[in-house]
Design a protein around this ligand. Structure first.
Ligand SMILES: Cc1ncc(COP(=O)(O)O)c(C=O)c1O
Length: 436
């Protein structure tokens, strides 16, 4: 007698192939709420646990190999363990990881930022992008003496209190609990790309210190209009280039679009895969960090105090310098963007052949295969995108539970081929389950 067997589901296959990850997740839930340490690493029924990584690839605790499209949340434009960065960090590790003092590397690191990023006249290092955007807002407030920051609805600037506002519908409700009401009143959201909405708020209020936005996904014309509106009103314009800095072009989105903000926030690629961030920009604004030893009143009442145990950490500086020396060559961004384009084309071909609606887009080197918020185009729901991503892991491609892909300059043709095939196999599996 022939017994009809139903095909195994994606989750059943994952349970077998990724048994080690499942076991680690179980253990993790005993020490971490939800078992994870970052919002986007939460993945059900369990995330994969990585053992090591090299170049464009990484290996999980079960020995499965993946083409990696998380890229250290965007930090790894040069892939995992680039020899020059590894050598620089290894050498520095032996010379000391923290001097608690000024050092040569921080100076060279900042010089590189000023050479590469158009708006960077002066620099201040932090440990993360979150710190950098928080400081950029403080600089705008401190410089203008006003309180309100305008941000674009849905634009992500990290997890601090001001950044948790105007993030997801309903926009007047923070995405986190624990945000004081007074903080909520100091941030106003406008729809991204809507110049009339921005103008209306700027016309209606005289308490606006700054406007912060992501410039990817925005047109040059819009960015130029935002630049003009803010300049006319002495409102500080902040480009959050934590993701786009050194990725869209060596000098980031501002170089790509030819629009220069007053302040720029950087992190990720800046520190060559180690923790680090920076705010940089107009010299007169950055002078708020300046000490006034001969003017005690100004020193106490007219400056920004900024500590931070790991500011300009020597290890991060060593890796960051090695990284920026390489990524200042625009051939790096061109290579990553070209690879992203190949992935986009391959995936669009699969979508067409499988009659799945939607289309992939690629913007800079962030190739997007589906519903990733800022650049998406495939018409599947977020839940379906997660299913595709889960199924792609079975075929050796990790997009971190979403289908947006962050491409590096070291992804190659073999990676592209494997990715497109994995996408196709993933679609087929899900279609077998009766979805899509
Ligand atoms: C645009 C943007 N700004 C700020 C941040 C926060 O940076 P970090 O995670 O280093 O705190 C991120 C993080 O992904 C980001 O994408």
């Amino acid at each position: 007698m022939v017994v009809a067997t139903r095909p195994r589901t994606v989750n059943e296959r994952r349970g077998e192939q990724l048994a080690g990850s499942a076991a680690w997740y179980e253990r993790a839930t005993q020490v971490f709420p939800s078992g994870v340490t970052h919002e986007t690493r939460f993945f059900q029924p369990f995330p994969i646990y990585i053992d090591r990584a090299e170049g464009s690839r990484k290996w999980d605790v079960d020995g499965n190999e993946y083409v990696d499209y998380i890229g250290g949340h965007g930090a790894l434009l040069l892939g995992h363990g680039h020899p020059a960065l590894t050598a620089a960090a290894t050498e520095q590790l032996q010379r000391g990881t923290h001097y608690g003092a000024s050092h040569e590397l921080e100076v060279r690191w900042a010089e590189l930022v000023t050479e590469i990023v158009p708006s960077a006249e002066r620099v201040r290092f932090h440990s993360s992008g979150t710190e950098a955007t928080m400081m950029a807002m403080r600089l705008a407030r401190g410089f203008t003496g006003k309180d309100v920051i305008i941000k674009m609805q849905g634009h992500f600037h990290g997890w601090h209190d001001y950044a948790a506002l105007q993030m997801a519908p309903p926009y007047d409700e923070p995405v986190s609990v624990g945000i004081p009401q007074a903080v909520q009143e100091s941030v106003v959201g406008v729809p991204a790309g809507d110049i009339a909405a921005l103008r209306a708020v700027l016309d209606a209020r005289d308490d606006v210190a700054g406007v912060i936005l992501l410039c990817n996904g925005m047109s040059t014309e819009y960015l130029q209009q935002v630049r003009n509106l803010t300049r006319e009103r002495d409102v500080i314009l902040i480009f959050d280039e934590v993701v786009t800095g050194f990725r869209w072009a060596p000098g980031g989105c501002q170089e790509y679009h030819g629009v220069v903000p007053d302040l720029t926030t950087l992190a990720k690629i800046l520190a060559g895969g180690l923790p680090g961030g920076a705010v940089c920009g107009r010299r007169d604004i950055m002078e708020l960090f300046k000490h006034w030893p001969d003017d005690p009143h100004r020193n106490r009442h007219g400056r920004i105090a900024h500590q931070g145990t790991f500011n300009a950490n020597p290890l991060a500086a060593a890796a960051g310098i090695a990284c920026l020396e390489i990524v200042r060559d625009p051939a790096i961004q061109r290579r990553a963007a070209a690879t992203a384009g190949q992935i986009r084309d391959g995936i669009n071909d699969v979508l067409l052949r499988h009659s799945v609606g939607g289309e992939a887009g690629a913007n800079g080197s962030a190739a997007v295969a589906s519903t990733d918020a800022s650049m998406v185009s495939i018409s599947v729901s977020t839940a379906e995108a997660a299913r595709i991503a889960a199924a792609m892991q079975l075929y050796g491609v990790d997009t971190g539970g979403r289908t947006g892909m962050i491409v590096s300059a070291v992804h190659d043709e073999r990676d592209v081929g494997q990715t497109v095939t994995a996408f196709e196999r993933a679609l087929e599996l899900i279609q077998d389950e009766g979805a899509l």
